[in-house]
Design a protein around this ligand. Structure first.
Ligand code: BGC
Length: 481
């Protein structure tokens, strides 16, 4: 586990961690909002006499806003820079969090949450992009996954805030309004942060880019190599139309597929409905809520594991192992609900399966999706391509969370969980055959390598190594140390 910490000490200056922390506050806002609304809704419903439709609108408007925000910020991250887009998203978040806290009716709250969604959708992809573009290659995986860590920390803090404010008057206003604090920290903190060196060099501001790299990299030879790599890539011709061209298509397919699979294995049914699922198993309301906090904690702990190990063993092995864990735990949940005998013999099996499920997501698809989409696209298309993947992710988030209860009604609990498990199998096959390893290469090397593969210059095996082979050799190295 010391790998990341050791590499971080030798590769980066302390300022890089301040930068990653401030940038990842965008992830915190994303997570806080995801986690806070389920608890807050319990109190909003009686306060506004909200119908089922109004409640769905309150939840769904944020997801729609996030799709719009992600689309717009694909343009903004280029036009006004990654840095100022992040300042803007923090500012909008603060305004919208306060607006939702003071909303006087369901419609006003729905509108405020749409605006909040604009900020969350923007922050969700500019954060990993910005961190990836500043980080030294050898610790890029861990640093970018810092954002996922902040997402899950945000979810956990939200669960805790919901729990603490349970008995307070106007509690839901506090729950929603408190999100303004990290929003202020993001907006104010980013004002002091530098621009992405990649964004600067695209505009010919090479000296400024060198200064940024010198602030965060410990090794000066690394800086010069990086400058040379970026310069070469920037010099290559390219236009926005390339995004639909054959050259970029294989990466776009990988990014969009990761975005879809990350959602359709059902992660947000667990995040949003964990207490409901646990109630299906016969838990009381209060133990379902306590167990949900435990699930949130597991999410954080295993994301820390991913942060520490992703750069050591590579992305693919975590993606594959994590997906196997998802399939097994979903199948176990399916069996649990199908068989009264199993339920009777091992009553805690559903909780165990949910914990294995969340741990598997936290080491695999959770961080790897956001990390990979920040790595696989050519510089001149990174903003629009990442925006497309992010919009797809939010769209499928919306679809899965809104169909879950109807799906349970139509297919039953067993059918629903087995369906998600089946999706997991398709995902596993796709990851095994189509997803490249990006570990240990600079963003420019990844770009050139994927480019080479498209032209048939590099062997396919070089880009999609057998996960097992890469993993075993890393493991041997780790044991030897
Ligand atoms: C996903 C979110 C999810 C969160 C939970 C993120 O990577 O994009 O949809 O709620 O992880 O851990």
């Amino acid at each position: 586990m010391s790998g990341f910490i050791h590499e971080a000490r030798s590769e980066a200056k302390p300022f890089l961690f301040v930068l990653a922390l401030v940038a990842a506050l965008g992830g915190f806002l994303f997570g806080y909002d995801t986690g806070v609304i389920s608890g807050a809704l319990l109190f909003i419903k009686p306060a506004f006499h909200a119908s089922a439709l109004q409640q769905q609108a309150i939840i769904g408007s944020l997801l729609i806003g996030a799709m719009v925000g992600a689309t717009a910020s694909g343009y903004l991250a280029e036009a006004m820079s990654r840095k100022w887009t992040k300042v803007l998203s923090g500012g909008i978040y603060v305004g919208a969090a306060l607006w939702s806290a003071f909303a006087s009716g369901a419609t006003e709250l729905t509108a405020a949450r749409f605006v909040l969604g604009l900020a969350v959708g923007t922050a969700s992809f500019v954060a990993p992009m910005y961190i990836a573009e500043v980080a030294p290659r050898r610790i890029r995986g861990g640093l970018v996954s810092f954002n996922q860590l902040m997402i899950v920390a945000g979810i956990l803090i939200a669960y805790i805030i919901d729990f603490l404010f349970k008995g307070v008057a106007d509690n839901w206003r506090w729950m929603l309004g408190l999100g303004a604090i990290p929003g202020v920290a993001l907006a104010a903190g980013m004002v002091w942060m530098p621009h992405s060196p990649r964004w600067l060099m695209e505009r010919g501001r090479d000296e400024e880019a060198r200064a940024v790299l010198a602030k965060v990299h410990r090794r000066s030879e690394g800086i010069e190599k990086e400058i040379a790599d970026i310069r070469r890539i920037v010099a290559e011709e390219g236009s926005l139309r390339d995004i639909i061209g054959a050259k970029v298509r294989p990466m776009l397919i990988v990014g969009v597929a990761l975005a879809i699979f990350q959602q359709i294995v059902g992660i947000n049914t667990v995040i949003y409905y964990a207490p409901t699922i646990l109630r299906f198993t016969g838990s009381s309301v209060s133990s379902a809520i306590t167990q949900t906090v435990f699930i949130g904690l597991t999410n954080v702990v295993f994301t820390v594991v991913a942060v520490l190990l992703l750069d050591r063993f590579g992305r693919r092995v975590f993606l594959m192992v994590g997906t196997v864990g998802l399939i097994v735990s979903l199948a176990v949940l399916g069996i649990f609900f199908a068989s009264a005998g199993v339920r009777h013999a091992v009553p805690d099996l559903a909780l165990i399966a949910l914990i294995v499920y969340i741990a598997s997501f936290a080491i695999g698809l959770g961080p790897v999706f956001w990390l990979m989409i920040s790595e696989i696209f050519p510089l001149h298309l990174r903003s629009p391509a990442m925006a497309l993947c992010t919009v797809t992710n939010w769209g499928f988030n919306f679809l899965v969370s809104f169909t879950f209860l109807s799906l349970v009604g139509a297919l039953g609990k067993t059918g629903t969980f087995l369906l998600y498990a089946g999706v997991g199998v398709v995902a596993l096959i796709f990851f095994g055959t189509r997803v490249p390893e990006t570990n240990g290469r600079s963003l420019e090397e990844i770009e050139q390598q994927l480019h080479g593969i498209r032209r048939g210059k590099a062997s396919r095996r070089g880009a999609v190594p057998a996960a097992g082979t890469a993993f075993v050799s890393k493991l041997k190295g780790a044991i030897r140390e």
